[in-house]
Structures are given as C-alpha cells and as structure tokens.
Design a protein around this ligand. Sequence first.
Ligand code: NFE
Ligand code: MG
Length: 566
Amino acid sequence: MAQRITIDPITRIEGHLRIDVEVDQGQVTKAWSSGQMWRGIEVILQGRDPRDAWAFTQRICGVCTTVHALASVRCVENALGLEIPMNAQYLRNIVMSLHALQDHIVHFYVLSALDWVDVVSALQADPAKTAALAASLSEWPNNSAKRFKAVQEQVKGIVDSGQLGPFASGYWGHPAMKLPPEANLMAVAHYLEALDYQRKASQALAIISGKNPHIQNVVVGGVTTALNPDSSTALNMERLYWIKQLTEEVRGFIQQVYLPDVAAVGALYADWLPYGAGVTNYLAVPDMVLDTKSTKFDLPGGTIVDGDLSTVTSIDSFNDTAFRDGVAENISRAWYKGDWTRHPYEEDTVPDYSEFDADGKYTWMKAPRFNGRPMQVGPLAQLMVGYAQGHSEIVKNVDQALGLVGSVAGVTLGPEVLHSTLGRHVARAVRASMLADLTLKHWDLLVDNIGRGDLEIFEEPVFPQGEQRGFGIHEAPRGALSHWIVIQDGKIKNYQCVVPSTWNAGPRDEKDQPGPYEASLVGNPIADAEQPLEVLRTIHSFDPCIACAVHLLDPEGRETIRVKAV
Ligand code: NFE
Ligand code: MG
C-alpha cells in the first residue's frame, strides 16, 4: 500500500525545505518540493537606487552572498550598456571562484558526505589498510596510517562521550550504508581537514573583498578594491601573493582529496548510478569573463533538452537574447496571487498563503521555465553543456574523473552515468578542480595587467531619464543565477531574482510538469520509511539553498526534524 512521508525540515541544507514523497513497494512514485518561508527581498527593492541593490540582494542568503552581489551589479550594468575595466572583471572572477571553492568543499563534506559515510563504522577500520586505500587514490601527504589512527581515536572519544556533536542523529547503521570501514575512516579524516581548507578559501576571498560572508568590494561599474603594487593600503603584491598561496593550498586539497573521495564514493556506490536523473533539460550560463564587454568566457553556457547532447545550444554573452527571451516564471502552484506565467520584467510578487495542497498551491517557490520547460541547473548542467559543445578543458576533466570512478569500480563509464544523484556530486568536484586552476589563471591575468601599468577599477555609471531594462547572469555554485531589473528615472521599478535553487526546487507548473527535485526522487529506493536516507541523498546532491529560492530569512526556534510516516 502506498505510504506518504513528509520530511520537514530537510536538514544539512541552507533554508527551510519540506519534501513529501509517496512510496509504493519500496520506491518513490511521486514527490513534492516545498519552500516553507518567504521574506520578499524583491518587494523591498522597489523605489530604491539601483546602485544599492547589490547590498540588499546579497542578504538573500548567508551562503551564496557573493553571487547575488555580482548578478545584481551585472544587471544594472546591462541595463545601462556599461563596460567595466578588465581589472574589475578579473577581481570579480577570482572572488566568485574562491567563493565557489569554499562552497563546494563545504557542500560535499559537511552537508552531504554523511549520507554515504557511516561515522560509527570508521571505528572498525584498520588504519594501515585505510592508508593503503588512500594511497591508491592520491598522494596527499596527510594520508598516513598514523593520522588515520589519530582520527579514529578522536572519533572514539566523541562516541564514548555520548555527545556526538555534528555527528548526532545520523542514520548510522542504516541498511543503505555500504562503504567498508576503511573508506568510512578515510572520509571522516578528510571531513575534518575540509574544515581547514574551506576556511583558507574564505580567507583568500576576504583579502580582496574585505569580509566573508557578504563581500564589500563590488559597485555598479567595477570594484572598490584599489590596486597598487607598492602601497600598504591597496591590494599590493604582498597581498596578491598571499591570495595565490592560499589558493594553491586549496587547489591541492580539491585535486588530491575532494575529487578522489567523490570518485571513490561514486565507485563504491555504483548501484546508485541509475538513480536521480529527473529533469535532464540542462541550463548553464557562461562565466569567468575574459573581456570588458562580457562576450568571452572560460566557462561555457547553454542548454540541453531531454538529456540529448546533440540538442546543445550556446549562451555566448551577458547580452544573449535567446537567454533573455527564454526565461519565464509560473505561479500556478505557488503561494502568490494569480496563476500566470510571465517574463521576469513583467512579474509581480504578491504573497498569498494557503495550506499545503498537493493538488493546488504548496510552496513559496515560483516555477522558472525556459521556453516552457523545467531545467536542471548546477555544476552538472555546466559540465554537460560544455561536454556537448566539445569544450576541451571540460571534456578532458570529465573524462579523467569518469576514468577514476571506473577504475575503482572496475567498469568503463561514459558521460551518460552523470545524469544521476552521484553524477551531480562528481560534476561538482570536477567543476571545483577546474575552478581552482582557473582562479590561478585569472590571478596571472590580473597580475600581468597590473604589470602593464593598468590600475583601472571603475567606470562611472550614468542613469538617464526614462525606462531601462537589464539582466545580470552568473553561474553560482548551485547553477544559473539571473537578476532582472526595470529602472524608471534612476529608481528601481521592478526587480526579480531567478535563482538556481528555484530552478531546481521549484514546483509543478500549469502543465503539471514537476521541477527537478520532484522528478529526481521518482524511482529512488526507500529501504526504511522511518529513516528516508535515500531521499536525503538525492535532495542533498542538488545542494539546496531555500533562502535563495524564496529570498527568505532564517527564523529561530523551529523544531529540528520531523519525519512523519502515514
Ligand atoms: Ni543561497 Fe545560491 C547559489 C544563488 S541558490 S546558495 O549558488 O544564487 O541556489
Ligand atoms: Mg524570484
């Protein structure tokens, strides 16, 4: 008999997400994704100065703050047709990729690994065998039997104390946990190291941007980071080399620990490769800008329909008209007044709450659509689009990662296995590795440019009378982000954010097409309805951020977890 499970809230994510699944004979048959709080940043912006919007929009979220600052200044610059200096592009690129490196490391270790890794089982591991396993994957110097033994003692101390701290309430001993004790111990040791490396990425970012979260150095027209190789009050050579050193350390961790760990988890859970594809329409936007006009990029954008790589299209600039005209949002299943589908420039945001109704309105998230289709966004989307376009760095990095997963699993794997829950993790690790290389490439480009005597960082914006419209795009850690602005006589008339987690976590639409989270859960196995670990695996693989998706604020004092089996 079919069972209904409600998980509210989903933990180890950002924000307040409720997932409902219908389970029949141990498999999910239907799912609903619901954003549970609303704040209304888009409404707060009306009537304000467009130059201030970035400072408001980055308060949408405490996780991906940087990305809303960037998308915001880009949408105003797009409305004004403003070109920005090359140094500003490079500094923005470096900041956005350092932010993504920190974000991807935290996502895998802190927010997802415990869906696959059984901490308690690590107590049974042989540290010498653990070191041998780790050595088969990489040459990371900390992978010694001595260190693994020390970590095991540390975990034993935590377990013996009865106060599990970050490891409390995990589904330890769940029948779907299948890693050998040695793989579990290796992953726990790397979990602890990850905390140091994510901090190094944030530190490098803060040297440029003043602080993290919520960067302080962007402005419509450029950046406010004064450049002067010899001044102690500007971004000088000493600070630039400090950033480079921290980035190199973070790259080492990503390429020698994070990526091999994800490959090992993917290989040791190869039975999970068939699950979680869901919506295989993909959308990514280009980023890591290489010119002042924003028409050349190191990372590609485009779309794919129905998982068919031959359908790939390309989004080539920050002025791409196919992207601009293809985006719309539908609210027929969301708690806003009306049931329209509208282009972001024409939208309004009028809250209209009612009870959760699986056949009617059930979420604060709007349903974004691209030419009428739901689209999956995120690192997987960007790699799929690049792979289909024959982007040489993406093809090389994806093939290498699939080779590593395949060699541990003892099988040959093609890119089609990436349409999956595990594929989203592999893609994120591959993107992190590429971004680490690109951060250093853009550091070189910046330092070369400064060396040529160019210290420009700002182009003054001028706001004419009348109406201007603009959109700003950025490939955020969770995928394609766009901000849309209508300016009237120098003031904000309308502002809409169409956010990665809204694309992925959004609800059904007027044609009853489910969103990516909802579609990806269908067919997932559920071994134990009281402990729906498999739902967490698939949902976490998207790296949800519900604050972004509904532009909200964390409340206080909510219950921590409620699993209801009906
Ligand atoms: Ni709040 Fe975000 C990212 C944005 S949401 S984390 O990345 O934009 O998906
Ligand atoms: Mg929005």
